[in-house]
Ligand binder design. Structure first.
Ligand code: NAD
Length: 321
């Protein structure tokens, strides 16, 4: 347990990215001052609500920039990362430099600043392979299948240890497959965005493996709710899953998007990818109990909005010279 505290100024690392930018908007609504630290490597300047947020464009591995961004900050939401399981198989040095060393540099600065709480974006990628489609809780075996997952687990453990030693509250959150408006298209991250973008471009989606693998698709709005829960809860040193608690097969997701976008483009199949788990469904009982987390979205209801958001983005991109 930790003491309840009214936070006034938040630093959101990675605040120009998909999840970070949604979080910034919500923190502003809650009345906090918000500083964003982002190197804009995958994030975009237009994601940052610029008139209300202070944007510091810089690298979390730069101790001077990090120290400057922590000025007056009492809570940090650390979301900056290289976010690709697949890319981490080849680019494991770059992955660790940002996700592990970047976090350590941030931790060093936090211990020298006036930060009271750190809320950390971890991932379901820390878990061992799961052969059954059952929800897993936070005590499930941690044996990451990818360098990305190894880095996220290391980052969690460093944060728990260092924050405890310095009396700083810390709440690592293991996000599951997050979908929602504003996710940038890359061939590696976010199966929903990848499939929907490809289908809108007239390309049949490629399913890696047999498509029977399950994932827990959680709305970015619920992930933000979980972060707010972590901010308000009197809790420290405990790790939480943030998902929807519901499993869906990748094949079902592909078929649903095909049906909604272009029924002629049937999914194609390719060999499974290194580092990807068979099943990944969150048991969210601890987040419900301790963070008062209640997911409110579900993928089937949101699919229309997701498709129109991606369609609008593609139209803008087409119009650009
Ligand atoms: P994103 O790529 O949209 O956001 C990451 C942000 O970090 C980007 O704005 C990028 O520019 C910034 N960044 C990267 N390296 C940086 C550096 N060295 N210095 C400063 N900024 C840097 O990805 P996202 O999906 O919004 O992910 C946010 C967090 O959530 C990440 O920590 C990710 O590992 C975690 N996560 C995401 C998912 C998901 O499904 N999207 C699932 C599990 C965990």
């Amino acid at each position: 347990m930790s003491k309840k505290f009214e936070y006034r100024r938040a630093l959101v690392t990675g605040g120009a990215g998909f999840i970070g930018s949604h979080l910034c908007r919500r923190l502003l609504k809650e009345g906090l001052e918000v500083v964003v630290l982002d190197d804009l490597s995958t994030g975009r300047i237009e994601n940052v609500p610029s008139s209300d947020c202070e944007l510091i464009q810089g690298d979390i591995r730069d101790p001077l920039v990090v120290a400057r961004s922590l000025d007056g900050v009492d809570i940090v939401f650390h979301n900056a990362a290289r976010v690709s399981v697949r890319a981490s198989n080849d680019q494991f040095v770059d992955d660790a430099q940002t996700n592990v060393m970047g976090t350590l540099i941030l931790l060093k600065s936090i211990t020298q600043a006036k930060v009271k709480k750190l809320v950390l974006a971890s991932s379901m990628a820390v878990y061992a392979d799961c052969q059954t489609a059952e929800p897993i809780d936070e005590d499930y075996h941690c044996k990451p299948l990818s360098p990305y997952g190894t880095g996220k687990l290391a980052m969690e453990r460093y944060a728990l240890q260092i924050c405890a030693a310095h009396g700083i509250d810390v709440v690592p959150l293991r996000y599951f497959n997050t979908y929602g408006p504003g996710q940038s298209f890359t061939p590696y991250v976010g199966v929903v965005t990848i499939f929907a973008t490809q289908l809108l471009q007239g390309i049949a989606p490629t399913i890696f493996g047999d498509g029977a693998q399950t994932r827990d698709f959680v709305s970015v709005h619920d992930i933000v709710r979980g972060n707010l829960g972590a901010m308000h809860a009197s809790v420290t040193g405990k790790v939480f899953n943030l998902g929807s608690g519901v499993g869906t097969t990748v094949r079902d997701i592909a078929n649903l998007l095909v049906e909604k976008i272009n029924p002629e483009l049937k999914p194609r199949y390719a060999p499974s990818q290194l580092g990807e788990t068979k099943n990944s469904i969150a048991n969210i009982a601890n987040a419900v109990k301790y963070l008062h987390y209640q997911p409110q979205s579900n993928f089937r209801d949101d699919v229309g909005e997701i498709i129109s958001g991606i369609r609008a983005k593609l139209c803008v991109a087409d119009r650009q010279p």
